[in-house]
Write a protein that binds this ligand. Structure first.
Ligand code: HEC
Length: 188
């Protein structure tokens, strides 16, 4: 009778724990990528690669979190006179590739150097950088805030602990059954 109840409990756990894990995982994923259902135009490149290239080539003038310093802010992107849409991929690719001479009315006081001063950037690198800037302006958030990172760490550690508790309970069940069987055998 007692064993039977234990079995039911472990069956319940076997269903509930994976379901909980799956649900939490799905909800975090949904959180991290607000699905662009029928929404914005595709990015011109890979924003993750763009982020790395940005960190290596652009932060000195545009700031680590794109807030701007010597150069204008890139998120939200500053409006330059004579530029109708600063987030147009063609404009971004062009200004990163060719640079821009400082003009009257522009924010800042220096020129934007060709390829940010790194001639080894390829056309694909430039597209990835443009994708990163557009992506940042859409999300309005730096790649992964410390807060977000902490939340996810806590989540996954929690899932790990739940999994271990589950396995321990399961093993305990088997152990109890084994002891009961031994006791029954001895009684015979
Ligand atoms: C030496 C400093 C410097 C570096 C390094 C630099 N920029 Fe710039 N950038 C500027 C300045 C200054 C401007 C504004 C030029 C002007 O006055 O017209 C600018 C303008 C821009 C703009 C247009 C912004 C707008 O509001 O429309 C983009 C996009 C841009 N830079 C991207 C980049 C990228 C990507 C990199 C790295 C590959 C980079 N920059 C590296 C100084 C820099």
């Amino acid at each position: 009778m007692r064993l039977n109840r234990g079995l039911k409990l472990s069956v319940l756990l076997a269903v509930a724990v994976p379901a909980l894990v799956a649900l939490t995982a799905i909800s975090t994923m949904a959180d991290s990528s607000p699905s662009p259902s029928g929404g914005p135009a595709p990015l011109p490149g890979d924003p993750a690669k763009g982020a790395t290239l940005y960190a290596a080539n652009c932060t000195s003038c545009h700031g680590a979190s794109l807030g701007g310093s010597i150069g204008p802010a890139l998120n939200p992107i500053a409006k330059l006179p004579g530029v109708p849409d600063s987030l147009d991929p063609a404009f971004l690719i062009s200004i990163i590739t060719n640079g821009r001479k400082h003009q009257a009315g522009d924010p800042g006081a220096v020129d934007m150097p060709v390829k940010g001063g790194n001639p080894s950037l390829t056309d694909q690198d430039v597209k990835d950088l443009a994708a990163f800037i557009i992506d940042q302006n859409r999300h309005g958030e730096p790649p992964l805030s410390a807060n977000e990172l902490a939340k996810r760490t806590i989540l996954w550690v929690g899932i790990g602990i739940a999994g271990m508790v589950f396995i321990t309970l399961l093993l305990a069940q088997y152990n109890m059954r084994w002891i009961a069987r031994r006791a029954a055998a001895r009684r015979r």
